[in-house]
Ligand binder design. Structure first.
Ligand SMILES: *Cc1c(COP(=O)(O)O)cnc(C)c1O
Length: 381
C-alpha cells in the first residue's frame, strides 16, 4: 500500500514493524558494529554505525518522505548538517549568497570558519530577488536561504530564488527549520537541498540536538552521504529515535503552534508598549502574500520591538513566567529570548546585527489563555 498524507508519512515512513519481533516502534539499535555472515556478508547493508544504523535510517527515510526528497541524512546537529553540506558543494574560491539576517550560527560558520578555507560569501536581503540576482558571480555555487528568517521573520520567494540559482548553475539551499515540512515544502518549489535543525520543530520537545539534509537529486544525495560518512558528524541511535518520536506529532503540534501564535499576535498588535510585531501572518507584513502562497500556516515564531528600547526588551524577557527565558525554539513549551544578547550576539557590529529592542518568542502549545495573560503582565509597567 502506498500512502501520501503528511500525517501518515510522519508516523509510518521508514518505520515498518520490526521483522524479527513485530515491535511497532523502530527499536534503538544502540550498537556500533554488526556481525557479518562470513566476510562481507552484511545484513541489510549494515557494517558500522557511522556509515549506517537502522534507527538513523528510519529517521532519514521519514524526513526525506516529509520533504518529498530523494535522500535524507541525519546529523549530530543542524550545524553539522550545514558544515557537511557546504564542504560537499563548495571549495576554495567558490561563492555563496546567504541571507542578510541569517541564523547566527550559519553566519558564524561562513564568517569565522569557511572564509578561512577560501569560501567567499555575501549577505543579501533575500526578500529582494533582484538584489540576490545582482550578487550572483561566476563563482556562485549556492544561494542559501531561510524563510521565514531568524529572528526577523523575513520571507523570501523560494520559487523565484530557485530560478535565479538555476539560471546561474547554482543550487538553492533552504533552511526550513522555522517552517518545518508541515508548513512549507521547499523542494516542491524548486529548491535543491533542505537543511533542518531537527533540534527545533521536528524533534519538538527540547530534549535532543540534531540536524538533517534532504536532497532532491539522488546523485547529490549520494555525495552528501559520502561526506556524512567521511566527516562523521552523524546522529547517534538514541538521538535519532527521539527525533523520530517527535516527528510523529509534528502536524498536530504545528497546527497548535500556529493557532497560539495568531492569538498572541492579535494581543501584541496595537499594544502601547510594542512598536512593531514581526509575523508573516499579518496582512501588513511585506512578505505576507508570498508566505500565504508558499506556506500552509504562518508558524509559531513571533518577534516584536519594544517602545522602551533594549531595557524594556530585557525586562519583558525577565518577567514572563510561562514563557521560559532560553535560547532555541520549536518545542512544546513556550520560550522567550533577546536575540541581540543571546542567539544573535555573534552578529554584533556586523551588517547582520539585530535591533536591541527586539524580543523573539517561540510560541508553544500550552493554553493560549495562559500564554497571552503571561505576556500581557510582562509588558505592563
Ligand atoms: C538552531 C538553528 C540552526 C542550527 O541548528 P543546531 O541544531 O543548533 O546545530 C540552524 N538554522 C536555524 C534556522 C536554526 O534555528
Amino acid at each position: 500500500m502506498t500512502f501520501e498524507g503528511f500525517e501518515t508519512l510522519a508516523i509510518h515512513a521508514g518505520q515498518e514493524a520490526d521483522a524479527e519481533t513485530g515491535a511497532v516502534v523502530v527499536p534503538i539499535y544502540q550498537t556500533s558494529t554488526y556481525r557479518q555472515d562470513g566476510v562481507g556478508g552484511l545484513r541489510g547493508g549494515y557494517e558500522y554505525t557511522r556509515t549506517g544504523n537502522p534507527t538513523r535510517t528510519a529517521l532519514e527515510e521519514c524526513i526525506a518522505a516529509l520533504e518529498g526528497g530523494a535522500r535524507g541524512l541525519a546529523f549530530a546537529s543542524g550545524m553539522a548538517a550545514e558544515d557537511t553540506l557546504l564542504r560537499t558543494i563548495a571549495k576554495p574560491g567558490d561563492h555563496v549568497i546567504i541571507p542578510g539576517d541569517a541564523y547566527g550560527g550559519t553566519f558564524r560558520l561562513f564568517s569565522k570558519v569557511l572564509q578561512r578555507w577560501g569560501v567567499e560569501w555575501d549577505a543579501v536581503a533575500q526578500s529582494d530577488v533582484a538584489a540576490v540576482r545582482a550578487a550572483v558571480r561566476p563563482e556562485t555555487v549556492a544561494i542559501w536561504t531561510e524563510t521565514p528568517t531568524n529572528p526577523l521573520l523575513n520571507i523570501s520567494d523560494i520559487a523565484a530564488l530557485a530560478d535565479v540559482a538555476h539560471g546561474a548553475g547554482a543550487l538553492l539551499v533552504v533552511d526550513n527549520t522555522f517552517a518545518s515540512p508541515y508548513l512549507q515544502r521547499p523542494l516542491a518549489l524548486g529548491a535543491d537541498v533542505v537543511v533542518h535543525s531537527t533540534t527545533k520543530y521536528l524533534g519538538g520537545h527540547s530534549d535532543v540536538v540534531g540536524g538533517a539534509l534532504v536532497a532532491a537529486d539522488p546523485e547529490l544525495g549520494e555525495r552528501l552521504a559520502f561526506h556524512q560518512n567521511t566527516m562523521g558528524a552523524v546522529a547517534g541511535p538514541f538521538d535519532a529515535w527521539l527525533t523520530l518520536r517527535g516527528i510523529k506529532t509534528l502536524a498536530v503540534r504545528m497546527d497548535r503552534h500556529c493557532a497560539n501564535a495568531e492569538r498572541i499576535v492579535a494581543e501584541l498588535v496595537g499594544h502601547p508598549a510594542v512598536t512593531e510585531v514581526l509575523y508573516p501572518g499579518l496582512a501588513e507584513h511585506p512578505g505576507h502574500k508570498i508566505a500565504a502562497e508558499q506556506m500552509r500556516g504562518f508558524g509559531g515564531m513571533v518577534s516584536f520591538r519594544l517602545r522602551g528600547g533594549e531595557e524594556a526588551a530585557l525586562r519583558v524577557c525577565d518577567r514572563t513566567r510561562v514563557f521560559t527565558l532560553a535560547e532555541s525554539l520549536g518545542g512544546v513549551e513556550s520560550l522567550i529570548e533577546h536575540p541581540g544578547r543571546m542567539t544573535h550576539a555573534s552578529t554584533a557590529g556586523s551588517a547582520l546585527e539585530v535591533p536591541n529592542d527586539l524580543v523573539r518568542i517561540s510560541v508553544g502549545i500550552e493554553s493560549a489563555d495562559d500564554l497571552t495573560a503571561d505576556l500581557l503582565q510582562a509588558l505592563e509597567g
